[in-house]
Design a protein around this ligand. Structure first.
Ligand SMILES: [Zn+2]
Length: 423
C-alpha cells in the first residue's frame, strides 16, 4: 500500500502545472482557498435551482520567477465577454482616471498629433478625458456590452481580446501609440507572454507604456486574501513585473504606489533598445523593499496561508457567537471579493442574513454560491441589524460615513480584513 502515501502540496500522481510566465513547474502552494464559483456571476431568483460551476481557488508561487498565480480554469471568453462591471459607477475611480490623463498629457506633451491606446478600456471611463483634450484614442475591450457604452461617449473602441495577433495588425496599419496603458488587466490575462509582447508591438519607438495592477507585497502585508479570485490569474510583485517586462524588451523606468484596490502599482516602461528614459531610483528602492520582505525567496511566501487561516477562524468565531446571542447580522456591498471570503470561511445565510449594494445591476440578485440575497441599501434602515459586515473593506471609510445612522439603534460595524475589527 506504499503507493497511498500522500505528500503535502501537490497530490500524488498529479503533474505540476507550468508557470504562466517562465514555464517552471508550480510546486509550492501560496494559499489554497478551496472551491469557489466565479465571483462576478450574480444569480437571479430564476437561476437559484440551476447548477453553479465551482473551481478550485488554489494559488501557487513559482519557485523560479515568484509569480503568484491561479490556473485559468475558465476561458477569458467565458468570463469577460459579458462582464457586468462598469468602471464609471465609481466616482473615486473616475477621479483617478481624470488625474492620470491630465498628468500624462503634461508629462508626455500629448497633443492632437499623438495617439493613446488603452487595453481593456471598459466603458471609456478613462479615454473620455483624452477625447475631451483632443488627443486621438483607441480603446480595446472584449465585452461588447461595455464597449457599446464607450462608443456612445465618443471613445473609438475595438471589441477584441488583446494579444500579439491584434497588435501586429494594428502595427501593420501604422496604428502604434505614444502612450499605451492597461489598468487592472495584467492580472486577468491567461497568456501573459503573448499579452506583454503585444504591448511592445503597439508601442512607438519613443512611446511609453503604463500598467496598473494590485501589488502583491501589499496583498500579503494587509492580508487581502479575498482579492484572490478566478478572474485574477496572476499576482505581481515589483520584482516579478520588472522581470516579465524586461524579458519582452521593455524597461521599467518609473513606478508609483497607489491606494486603489488595497495597494496597487503603476509602472512606466519604454522599449529597452531605445532607452529614452532615465530609470528613477524608486524602482530600485521598491525592489529592495520587496527583497527585504523576503519576496525574492520561496521562504518569504510560506507564512501567508497560516495568516489567512487565522483570519478565517477569528471571523467565524465572531459570527457564531453573534448568531448564538440572537444578533442580526447583515452585509454591506457585493464586491467580487466577497465570494472568496464567504466561501473560504463557509459563511452562509445563517450567519449573514442578507447584503445590500448601491449598484442596481446587483439588487434583487444573489451572491454566487451562498445565495445570500442582495438588496437596496435602504434595507439596513428597515431591519436595523446589530452588526453590518463591510465586505468591500477597501471602501471602509466611505461606507462608515454613509452608514453612521446605524448608531441610532446601537448598530456596529464589522470589518473582516486585514484583521477582524468591530467598531
Ligand atoms: Zn515562473
Amino acid at each position: 500500500m506504499a503507493t497511498m502515501t500522500l505528500s503535502t502540496g501537490t497530490a500524488e500522481g498529479v503533474t505540476a502545472k507550468p508557470c504562466r510566465f517562465c514555464g517552471a513547474p508550480l510546486e509550492q502552494t501560496f494559499v489554497d482557498l478551496g472551491m469557489s464559483p466565479l465571483c462576478e456571476t450574480y444569480p437571479s431568483a430564476a437561476d437559484l435551482n440551476r447548477r453553479e460551476v465551482y473551481y478550485p481557488l488554489h494559488a501557487y508561487v513559482c519557485g523560479e520567477c515568484f509569480l503568484v498565480q491561479l490556473e485559468a480554469y475558465e476561458t477569458p471568453e467565458g468570463i469577460f465577454s459579458h462582464y457586468p462591471y462598469f468602471s464609471s459607477y465609481s466616482d473615486s475611480w473616475l477621479k483617478h482616471a481624470e488625474t492620470y490623463c491630465q498628468r500624462m498629457k503634461q508629462r508626455l506633451a500629448l497633443s492632437e498629433n499623438s495617439f493613446v491606446m488603452e487595453v481593456a478600456s471598459n466603458d471609456g471611463y478613462l479615454l473620455q478625458y483624452f477625447v475631451r483634450m483632443g488627443v486621438p484614442v483607441l480603446g480595446i475591450e472584449p465585452a461588447a456590452n461595455v464597449a457599446r457604452v464607450a462608443e456612445e461617449k465618443g471613445v473609438a473602441t475595438l471589441v477584441r481580446f488583446f494579444g500579439t495577433q491584434l497588435a501586429k495588425r494594428l502595427a501593420a496599419e501604422g496604428r502604434c501609440a505614444d502612450l499605451v496603458l492597461g489598468n487592472n488587466v495584467l492580472a486577468q490575462v491567461p497568456d501573459l507572454n503573448d499579452f506583454v509582447e503585444g504591448l511592445k508591438i503597439v508601442l512607438k519607438p519613443e512611446g511609453v507604456l503604463t500598467l496598473e495592477f494590485p501589488h502583491l507585497l501589499r496583498l500579503m502585508e494587509h492580508n487581502e486574501f479575498d482579492t484572490i479570485y478566478h478572474e485574477h490569474f496572476s499576482y505581481f510583485s515589483m520584482l516579478t513585473a520588472v522581470r516579465i517586462l524586461e524579458t519582452h524588451g521593455l524597461t521599467v523606468f518609473d513606478v508609483e504606489e497607489l491606494g486603489s484596490h488595497g495597494g496597487s502599482l503603476r509602472v512606466f516602461a519604454c522599449r529597452k533598445e531605445v532607452r529614452a528614459q532615465e530609470v528613477e531610483p524608486r524602482v530600485r528602492e521598491l525592489i529592495a523593499e520587496e527583497e527585504k520582505a523576503g519576496l525574492a525567496t520561496l521562504k518569504g511566501y510560506e507564512n501567508f496561508a497560516e495568516q489567512v487561516k487565522q483570519t478565517k477562524w477569528t471571523l467565524l468565531e465572531f459570527l457564531l457567537q453573534a448568531a448564538r446571542e440572537g444578533k442580526r447580522v447583515a452585509g454591506y456591498g457585493a464586491p467580487g471579493k466577497s465570494a472568496t471570503l464567504l466561501h473560504f470561511c463557509g459563511i452562509g445565510k445563517d450567519l449573514i442574513e442578507y447584503t445590500v449594494d448601491r449598484s442596481p445591476h446587483k439588487q434583487g440578485r444573489f451572491l454566487p454560491g451562498t445565495h445570500i440575497p442582495i438588496y437596496h441599501p435602504d434595507r439596513i434602515r428597515e431591519t436595523r441589524p446589530d452588526y453590518v459586515v463591510i465586505l468591500p473593506w477597501n471602501l471602509k471609510d466611505e461606507i462608515l460615513q454613509q452608514l453612521q445612522y446605524i448608531r441610532e439603534w446601537g448598530g456596529r460595524f464589522v470589518v473582516p480584513i486585514p484583521n477582524l475589527t468591530v467598531c
